[in-house]
Design a protein. Sequence first.
Lengths: 781, 156
Amino acid sequence: MNPSSLSPVGESVTRIDALEKVTGEAQFADDIQFGPGLLYGRVARSPHPHAQIKGIDVGEALALPGVKAVVTGDDAGGKIGLYLKDRYTFCRDRVRYVGDPVAGVVAASEEIAEQACKLIRVEYEVLEPVLDPLRGAEPDAPVLHPDLGEYEVANFIFPRPGTNISNHFKIRKGDVDAAWPQCDVVVERAFRVPHVQHVPIEPHVAVAQVDRSGQITLWTSSQSPFAQRNLIAESLGISQSQVRVISPYVGGGFGSKAGVSMEALAVVMAQKVPGRPVKMRLTREEEFFCAFVRQGLVAKTQAGATKDGKLLAMKTEYYWDAGAYTEYGVNITRASGYSSTGPYEIPNVWADSYCVYTNHPVGGPMRGFGMPEIHWGIEQIMDLVAEELNMDKVEFRKKNCVREGSIIVTGSKMHPTGLLECIDKAAQAIDWGKDEPASAPHKRRGKGLAIMWKAPAMPPNPGSSAWVRFNEDATLTVGIGGQEIGQGTFTVAAQMAAAVLGVPFEWVRISAPLDTRYSPYEWQTVASRLTWSMGNAIVAAAQDTRRQILELAAEHWGENIDDLDIKDGVVVSYQSEESLPLKDMVVYGLPKPNDQGWRGGPIIGHGKFMPTYVTGLDPETGQGPRSVVHYTTGCQAVDLEVDTETGQITVLRVAAAYDVGKAINPDQVRAQIEGGVVQGLSTALFESIRFGEDGAPQNPSFVDYRIATVVDMPLKIIPLIVEVPQDDGPWGARGVGEHSMVPTAPAIANAVAAALGVRILDMPLTAEKVFLALEEKGERS
Amino acid sequence: MATHQITLTVNGVKEHTQVSSNITLLTLLRERLGLTGTKNGCAAGECGACTVLIDGEPVNACMVLAVETDGAEIVTVEGLARDGELDALQAAFIEHTGVQCGFCTPGVLVSARALLNRSPDPDEDEIKDALRGNLCRCTGYVRIVEAVKAAARGGD
């Protein structure tokens, strides 16, 4: 398959998109020019977290000069949602969070549309809100979705009508009650993780145009053009063929641009002004609470081990603060349940994972899909158990972590994994076990680590497809439906195609922007699944292409196809030593001898991939033969200092080792690791969306919601690559885009605990919180 | 809204244009002059994605009214490459993978250009200080800092 010594797979080739991105020529959705016909949409939003809409008066708004149309819930089609259809694009009878869209205005300018939004009069009857997931799960809590039982839902999600629980996922493995008495050490804690936001530097933007036949075109910054097409078509009750989604480069996604968040608003508004494009951009303020936020979490965890250090039992309750609607939240609830032990082999496990509606912003997917949130607790509990046992934390983890053949939480067998090697490498890189002095008398130094696992959390059948076609000079275009959101997928796609086809990497172009009318189907750019899933489709398409080329050459030369190869863009025969440049055959075909006509023709190859082996899980026990495609594992070790006078944490070194199966582009893998480490650090130290008692976000700006800047980065990040191949990955590869964010926060928390003897269970570890914890302990110098 | 006739130089080209008093330099660049390389990330002077040079100084274009730039010399990301030659910073950002999604990249490059213009051989602290107003959510800043160092050294 891959005979060329010139294969770019495994090489750190330069990013295919770097040149256009450094010159400013790379096009993002807001850069597309629509000419003077462009109109702008703005949205009037609920000021209440929970209220009944009694009436809407749009008369004054409509009368404002420059206003072209006003839309409300009555104009907005049916319900929309990925796994659970639980919301309308514009609210109908009820609002469920501060920011819920009530009406939309289309106008000649953003300013006019904004002004008109303020003229929309909405009469509300304010209802009691639910602002905490524990409260939401109580039997007497106000029910936010009284019609939950009637919502359309995927068959692996289990809502509880009459309550706020939109999914309840259970694990019942072994017998935890019988196991506790056998444990010499049992530790129990409750952890909290706040809502945070993805903060892509590019805010959400969508431009919709509806022609007079009802054909919808949507230009968006999207991780999921195909899912958007599908969900919007379903919501409007029209054919998918009536919706076309075009998506150029995405200026950062991290999950916030997956599925549908604000895009359908633009479509509904555009339907009122046929023929005119309508642009809808979220302001930075809206970005913090009107698209997706990461779900909050309250995790109650109990773990027990015998005195020789063997984990025997673990019991977990997750209360996910899913917000007003779930989109992906129900599946995050599921994924966190079936990953609830972390990467440990534990014979007795009990887990209840609840997705709880609250009157907070919509909980969406965010880099790690629940794993950073649950590992925050898991990896601190493991440290605490090791401390109680007086065992070294590396040794404890190595004794209990999953390895090939381990029976994991769902009862299935773990595939080959390099987790042990990751632990060793990361620990060694920060000189684990060696006490090192702090840089000043009022500072304390500590080291900590955390391990992780994460599987792509998807329906059982998410598909990928790809095609390959040539230009006259044998340069080629690889058609894919996966999106370039910064992770480097276009580069990796080109490397894979070039490697299989035996052509120089530089010859490959990617079919961009993505366009659901022309691009091959791809489920979504989420779950760190593209290198693996789309990669398999690209390999299949390139192999199909290669076969057609070699068959043509074999026929031309009267040779056996097995003797032929493609090297550096030239078909060669090891038998006859004949050679033929691709440019002489891939478009025009080849002449038969003696002017007897031609054979071949423009070559076009295609391929697909879909996992076929993912089985369901028993709804009562969460057990099943194979619930996921694979787990990527890793370990991060942190060396840091805390200033006891200010509570400020300075991260000195982070070593981060991941088993990626095969690094198709090692430099890109390292870049993903570095980026995830700093995003993880940022959530660990700084980030939380704070809500007032009125349910309104209090800090929706970069001044009040701080993310890591260049001065906050760790002084040293050491990315480490481990390669234990995945049996069904291209060249053995599996994904790594999300993973480096997962263990960063608990590794920092563990290092802080090592430095101070103070353990903080609620994220983030702000300087203020650390300072107060030190004061409480009476240990501040 | 009152309008004003202004003359400014953008990437070496003189532009005479009529602007209303309320539009920002960012709007003028992106929506009137078609220079969409300069990005709008927050419209509040907090993220740095719209950084341009005004008379050599790095400024958030979202915080400047277009009318204030009458007579000024503006350099945007589109003006960094000269005569088909990439700026040393652009070449270094390609070589050192200083780019991921690319949305903050134009602003980062312009801020870094201002730094190298005033301090051709900056140390790491100077680089960080110059870039602290440019938010990036993808790279973790590691390779951005490396690329600026490399460009200062002469692009090795």
